[in-house]
Ligand binder design. Structure first.
Ligand SMILES: Nc1ncnc2c1ncn2[C@@H]1O[C@H](COP(=O)(O)OP(=O)(O)O)[C@@H](O)[C@H]1O
Ligand SMILES: [Mg+2]
Length: 224
């Protein structure tokens, strides 16, 4: 379970997030929406321990971010918007490389299977020859190597072909529902969000997103 209480983030004097409180439980897949600059990436970075909040508390499965950072990190998978994979190397080489850096040991077969589960089949191909969607899948698979309980994804489906997008969406949904992972991800695609999310958090001052999603009969919570 993830419990976020009264989170605040200031960059110097600039207040970006304020009074952010919510909870997620195992199996929840939640969309995070808001206009550009609303603070979506900032919130994900706080939850990913990349940055510290200026106020507030985060607790994951009873562990406090303030005092159990090391244990927390093992439980989190975070994929920032920019890809971080080796272009000149094959899918296999990337998986083997990141497996060595990972908290958890995985055999070559397990690495391969993780890719296949995501419908990423080009095991022997260099990353630079893959489509944007396939690269995105590889980046996601790498974040799953250590079997995190909380997955934080910053625009995992932006700018890729519809087939990859649909496959990624249904894979994320099954990770939540079959493996009980908690998934929080940002997207601008309302169709996708209505299909795969249990509920949606809207941040920022613009009521546009909240209104739009309410029209789609989705459960929307305005975080601020
Ligand atoms: N490292 C930073 N230093 C200062 N300001 C930042 C930094 N990162 C983001 N911001 C500002 O915080 C606000 C929220 O940014 P961000 O979290 O990236 O929003 P979103 O992902 O919703 O577009 C923006 O106004 C952005 O310019
Ligand atoms: Mg962002």
């Amino acid at each position: 379970m993830l419990e976020v209480s009264n989170l605040q983030k200031k960059y110097k004097k600039r207040l970006v997030l304020e009074n952010i409180s919510f909870q997620m439980k195992q199996g929840d897949i939640v969309g995070l929406v808001g206009e550009n600059g609303a603070g979506k990436s900032t919130l994900l970075q706080l939850l990913a321990t990349v940055m510290q909040p200026t106020q507030g508390e985060i607790v994951l499965d009873g562990l406090s971010y303030a005092s159990d950072m090391k244990k927390i990190r093992r439980r989190i998978g975070y994929v920032p918007q920019e890809l971080s994979i080796w272009d000149e190397f094959t899918v296999e080489e990337n998986m083997r490389f990141f497996e060595k850096l990972s908290w958890k040991r995985r055999t070559k077969e397990e690495c391969r299977q993780l890719c296949l589960d995501m419908q990423l089949t080009q095991w022997k191909e260099p990353v630079q020859s893959l489509s944007g969607g396939m690269k995105r899948k590889l980046n996601l698979v790498i974040s799953l190597l250590h079997d995190p309980v909380l997955l934080l994804l910053d625009e995992p489906t932006v700018g890729i072909d519809l087939k990859s997008k649909t496959e990624i969406g249904s894979y994320l949904h099954s990770l939540a529902k079959k493996e009980g992972k908690m998934i929080l991800y940002t997207s601008h695609d309302m169709d996708e969000i209505t299909h795969i999310c249990d509920r949606v958090y809207a941040i920022g001052k613009d009521p546009f997103y909240t209104n739009l999603l309410t029209e789609h009969n989705l459960i929307v919570e305005q975080l601020r």
